[in-house]
Design a protein. Structure first.
Length: 324
């Protein structure tokens, strides 16, 4: 009897150890705002403030410092309850791989490293809300993420590095002034490098999308002085029509009255056509009601050279975001 009790205790101990070696996290975001887009028709509406999502990520300890990892993330329109992409359910991420002292290798749909380490860090809004600087930092050339990709990432002593190559299938070039949905010419790839120590943040990215002619380089530098964080971004490359695109963005964030004040000014220019594709100024304030819930307000003014007659130059939003 005593021997049976010891055996049962040992089995329970092993079961508890196995459970501790594997974990799954459910996470998500609901973000809605009353908004008017800039450089758009009069379209005041309740809309997604920043990609509402539902995700699952997990890790399993395989022993010897090796881990299995996965992450899947669904994006949806919280105002209507519909998915954000009509054909792709796991729009945000869909990856599985291994992680260890060698770094992290994953397969599937993943952010490209140039976006992660050099672009989104440059935008005080992280490419969210009506004040997003997405088209300025990606030059209307790059993409946020690629499907059917192989990814490698490693981080050590403040340095981060990422590399990605993807199949041409399912990855069409950004429009870049051309017709959207044009067929892919080659496999896209992306490289990203980041460095963060103390108040200093640096980022460098290079992306070669799936058209024969397009490419995009991103450089970012920022420093947190305590009273404010200042940043400067520069981008240069060619679009799918082999036209040179060039952009810059200056930004600042500062803690004010328990919240965060955000500011940016930048532009994207087609140098071959001498045409300003995007030129915008944005300011916003984000106030946390708790660790998970934030209210915010933004205002942005856009002045592209080819603004359609009757379109609003000024946009705004007033929203609430809850992370879980």
């Amino acid at each position: 009897m005593k021997r049976n009790l010891i055996a049962a205790a040992a089995l329970l101990s092993l079961a508890g150890l196995a459970a501790a070696q594997s974990s799954v996290t459910v996470y998500g975001r609901l973000d809605l705002s009353v908004a008017q887009q800039a450089a758009a028709p009069d379209n005041k509406e309740v809309r997604n403030g920043s990609g509402s999502r539902l995700g699952f990520r997990g890790v399993e300890d395989l022993g010897g410092g090796l881990k299995a990892v996965f992450q899947i993330e669904h994006r949806f329109n919280a105002d209507e309850g519909t998915q954000s992409n009509a054909t792709r359910f796991w729009e945000g991420k869909s990856i599985v791989g291994l992680e260890g002292a060698f770094g992290r290798v994953t397969l599937g749909r993943e952010e490209n490293p140039a976006y992660t380490y050099a672009q989104t860090v440059a935008d005080p809004w992280g490419t969210d809300t009506v004040a997003s600087n997405a088209t300025i930092i990606n030059g209307r050339v790059g993409s946020t993420r690629y499907s059917n990709s192989i990814n490698y990432r490693i981080a050590a002593s403040g340095f981060t590095f990422g590399a990605q190559v993807a199949e041409a299938e399912g990855n069409t070039p950004a429009s870049s002034g051309a017709t959207t949905g044009i067929a892919a010419d080659k496999k896209p790839y992306s490289l990203g490098f980041g460095y963060a120590v103390g108040g200093l943040t640096l980022g460098l990215g290079y992306e070669n999308p799936s058209d024969d002619d397009d490419k995009w380089m991103s450089v970012y530098g920022g420093y947190n002085f305590g009273f404010a964080k200042l940043g400067l971004f520069y981008g240069n490359g060619d679009n799918a029509l082999a036209q040179e695109m060039q952009s810059y963005l200056v930004s600042a964030t500062a803690p004010v009255a328990g919240g965060e004040l955000r500011f940016s000014y930048g532009q994207l220019k087609n140098k071959d056509l001498d045409l300003i594709r995007d030129k915008q100024f944005g300011v916003g304030y984000f106030y946390p009601l708790s660790k998970r819930t934030t209210v915010y307000a933004d205002i942005v003014n856009k002045k592209p050279d080819n603004l359609t007659e009757g379109y609003k130059k000024t946009g705004y939003d007033l929203g609430i975001r809850h992370n879980f």
